[in-house]
Design a protein around this ligand. Structure first.
Ligand SMILES: *[C@@H]1O[C@H](CO)[C@@H](O)[C@H](O)[C@H]1NC(C)=O
Ligand SMILES: *[C@@H]1O[C@H](CO)[C@@H](O)[C@H](O)[C@H]1NC(C)=O
Ligand SMILES: *[C@@H]1O[C@H](CO)[C@@H](O)[C@H](O)[C@H]1NC(C)=O
Ligand SMILES: *[C@@H]1O[C@H](CO)[C@@H](O)[C@H](O)[C@H]1NC(C)=O
Ligand SMILES: *[C@@H]1O[C@H](CO)[C@@H](O)[C@H](O)[C@H]1NC(C)=O
Ligand SMILES: *[C@@H]1O[C@H](CO)[C@@H](O)[C@H](O)[C@H]1NC(C)=O
Ligand SMILES: *[C@@H]1O[C@H](CO)[C@@H](O)[C@H](O)[C@H]1NC(C)=O
Ligand SMILES: *[C@@H]1O[C@H](CO)[C@@H](O)[C@H](O)[C@H]1NC(C)=O
Ligand SMILES: *[C@@H]1O[C@H](CO)[C@@H](O)[C@H](O)[C@H]1NC(C)=O
Ligand SMILES: *[C@@H]1O[C@H](CO)[C@@H](O)[C@H](O)[C@H]1NC(C)=O
Ligand SMILES: *[C@@H]1O[C@H](CO)[C@@H](O)[C@H](O)[C@H]1NC(C)=O
Ligand SMILES: CC(=O)N[C@H]1CO[C@H](CO)[C@@H](O)[C@@H]1O
Length: 592
């Protein structure tokens, strides 16, 4: 529902009369402000006058009323990443799918129930505005009755109590990349040049960081043989990124490189922003919900000299895994416990690019309070180029992730959709299926209200209580980094993946031929899953989900410029049980 600010405030006062203990009202005012991020001033979307946005913290089962007031000079929407929106598909925040954009000066009340526990985040879902800083963490405290996996780490009760205490005080670490250009400047440059914009300018921890310009000799020394193979005769730019004219990434399309603005692929000026410092004092463990709000780069997170126990992924417990470094794809969340058993002192929290196209880093500090016992710089686990800095560095191996408790998908699917990712007539335009989801379709009548408002080859329809397989095939460009594919609404199982073409009608047939590529026993249960890297040949990812929540939802790549470039598809889940839309959300309610 949308209304003018005056009406909104009145309604807000009325709501106060019947707000129950389990209803959490969270107002979010969005403004467009010149702001210094990483030491550079640019226009940024502020949420309640801060960047990143404030944390929404609720208990499992709570009813959330998230009231967005748009004081920016453009349309916006807000999406709640990973929140299943069970029974509330009108609150998913996708323009052209579940709502009309919220116009300047108006408000919109999102109402949903916190059915699942764990770490999530909210972010802009209109055009490229995620890259303008509209994001903030969400944490849903699990019910006491949800079994915790900590006794799989240790049987020592003192330590288990320490872990439970740390989980109770868990805090988000919002990790992101940052561009010096606004999202509309990036989009305009893509349109003008035809180029896919794959470099950024800084990495941030809780919105803090700096722009470093690495010395040329250091950049050269960090180029791995794989990166050199892609570069051919070219070299990394001064922002340690691939230049724009790498045909194996851009594909063979017309490009006008002269239309690229400074800082998009090159142009480095060092600037110093604030540094994130996290102080600990005597507790056995600290728990963080590592949350990637990255617009483009995969990130690698580590804390010098410390182990981490990864105990939840995308908001759901797993059998804990010990690791020193975690590759985090866009929009994924990893909840970790760090044993705080080192000599007092400062330890670097390191974030480096995990994407091959760019070498980039930022550092925060984990500080043990008290007189330092450590009087040397701490030792990294990971090098600036993402490789191991020691022989013992353990990277989280995704294939070892097992949900806790295990839940399993159906043994067979009722429907299969093969969706192809490839360029669509330009380096910066894409398909996820048979057509490209044009950015302007965000202004279409929302599919929840009109199932035929966009071209039919951009929509698939499922029936409620069926199991659906989505096979995502990467066909171009010749080299394709992982695409983090996000399905809105309920989570999905990652049941298979591989390189080469998926030459089968469905998963059942593929399992006969290549059983080793599938796991139906204890697969990961995620809301965003990477396609495997494609190197001069195709690759594929198979995910399976249960249709339980009728409504219109988006499937898309969480690399922002890829989504804006059309790598998206609408899924009308449970069309046979389509919901009745509450009067206040209807398009003819008078609020639109
Ligand atoms: C941001 O700063 C620029 C440069 O100083 C200025 O022209 C512009 O009006 C400012 N915009 C806002 C919204 O404050
Ligand atoms: C903003 O959204 C409204 C509908 O909510 C739409 O009518 C208008 O065209 C949009 N404006 C722009 C610039 O896209
Ligand atoms: C249990 O852990 C605590 C805290 O680390 C430690 O002090 C204690 O010695 C441990 N107990 C046993 C039996 O190992
Ligand atoms: C690199 O340069 C050499 C010498 O100029 C040339 O023979 C070769 O074809 C070039 N390789 C690529 C990939 O352009
Ligand atoms: C690619 O761009 C770089 C930097 O502008 C330039 O030196 C190089 O010649 C270009 N390569 C090709 C093949 O056009
Ligand atoms: C993490 O990223 C680095 C750098 O791209 C890569 O070398 C490594 O294989 C990745 N590790 C895992 C476990 O994905
Ligand atoms: C990135 O790493 C370089 C080299 O170690 C270091 O000098 C620089 O301060 C780091 N940048 C940030 C933002 O931490
Ligand atoms: C990184 O790991 C590899 C494989 O275990 C090992 O050979 C190499 O020495 C390690 N690198 C460093 C810098 O220790
Ligand atoms: C990750 O684990 C899987 C399953 O045990 C194993 O096959 C694979 O080799 C491991 N990958 C790495 C990089 O260790
Ligand atoms: C899959 O099909 C393609 C095209 O028909 C063929 O080139 C390729 O060899 C096949 N791959 C496998 C693994 O059978
Ligand atoms: C859709 O199917 C799920 C799973 O069977 C069921 O729980 C749910 O009630 C169904 N929804 C409707 C609206 O019938
Ligand atoms: C206008 C144009 O060039 N359209 C092409 C876009 O790409 C698709 C498939 O990749 C072609 O079928 C169209 O002709």
């Amino acid at each position: 529902m949308m209304f003018t600010i005056g009406v909104f405030l009145m309604l807000n006062l009325c709501l106060g009369n019947w707000v129950e203990a389990a209803t959490v009202f969270f107002p979010l005012v969005l403004t467009w402000q010149n702001t210094s991020v990483a030491g550079n001033i640019r226009l940024v979307i502020h949420s309640n006058f801060q960047f990143p946005g404030p944390e929404l913290q609720v208990n499992q089962g709570d009813n959330v009323q998230f009231a967005v007031t748009n004081l920016c000079p453009f349309n916006v929407t807000v999406h709640f990443h990973g929140i299943e929106q069970l029974g509330t598909p009108w609150s998913d925040g996708v323009p052209g799918v579940s709502q009309r954009p919220i116009v300047a000066g108006q408000s919109f009340l999102y109402r949903w129930t916190a059915t699942d526990y764990g770490a999530y985040f909210y972010h802009a879902h209109h055009r490229g505005q995620l890259e303008d800083g509209l994001y903030g963490p969400i944490y849903i405290t699990p019910r006491a009755s949800e079994p915790r996996p900590f006794s799989l780490i240790t049987t020592n009760n003192t330590q288990i109590q320490g872990m439970l205490a740390a989980e109770k005080n868990t805090s988000p670490l919002l990790l992101s990349d940052w561009r010096l250009l606004t999202s509309e400047q990036v989009w305009a440059a893509e349109v003008a040049s035809g180029v896919d914009s794959y470099c950024v300018n800084a990495l941030l921890i809780n919105g803090k960081g700096a722009v470093s310009c690495l010395p040329r000799a250091l950049i050269e020394s960090l180029i791995t043989p794989n990166v050199q193979a892609v570069l051919g005769n070219e070299t990394l730019t001064d922002i340690a990124c691939f230049p724009p004219n790498i045909t194996s990434l851009q594909g063979d399309y017309p490009n006008n490189f002269d239309a690229l603005p400074p800082t998009m692929f090159s142009g480095c000026t060092p600037t110093q922003g604030e540094q994130e410092v996290i102080t600990v004092n005597g507790q056995q463990f600290i728990s963080w919900d590592l949350t990637s709000a990255s617009g483009h780069l995969q990130l690698i997170f580590s804390v010098d000299e410390h182990d981490m126990w990864v105990y939840a992924v995308d908001g759901r417990y797993i059998r804990p895994i010990r690791a020193n470094a975690i590759n985090i794809s866009n929009a994924n969340r990893y909840s970790v416990l760090l044993p705080l058993n080192k000599p007092r002192g400062d330890y670097s929290i390191r974030l480096v690019s995990g994407s091959a196209q760019q070498i980039l880093n930022t550092t925060g500090i984990l500080r043990y309070q008290g007189t330092p016992q450590l009087n040397r710089p701490s030792n990294p686990w990971v090098l600036l180029n993402g490789l191991n800095a020691t022989a013992n560095t353990v990277f989280l191996n995704e294939s070892l992730i097992i949900p806790f408790p295990v839940i399993t998908p159906a043994a067979t699917a009722d429907a299969t959709y093969k969706l192809t990712i490839q360029h669509f007539n330009a380096s910066y335009l894409w398909t996820l299926g048979n057509n490209s989801y044009n950015l302007e379709l965000e202004e279409a009548q929302p599919l929840l209200f009109n199932q035929n408002s966009i071209p039919s080859d951009l929509v698939i329809r499922t029936k409620n209580n069926t199991w659906v397989d989505l096979i995502i095939q990467i066909e171009s460009p010749p080299i394709s980094p992982p695409h983090p594919i996000h399905k809105h609404s309920n989570k999905h199982f990652i049941i298979g993946q591989g390189t080469g073409a998926f030459n089968y009608t469905n998963v059942a047939e593929a399992i006969q031929a290549i059983p080793g590529s599938f796991n139906l026993v204890n697969p990961q249960y995620r809301d965003t899953s990477d396609t495997p890297i494609a190197l001069f040949g195709p690759s594929w990812l198979a995910i399976r989900y249960h249709v339980v929540n009728p409504g219109a939802f988006l499937l898309h790549c969480h690399v922002q410029v890829h989504q804006s470039g059309g790598m998206a598809l609408a899924i009308l889940d449970g069309v046979d049980k389509w919901p009745t839309i509450p009067a206040t959300y209807r398009l003819d309610s008078g609020f639109f």
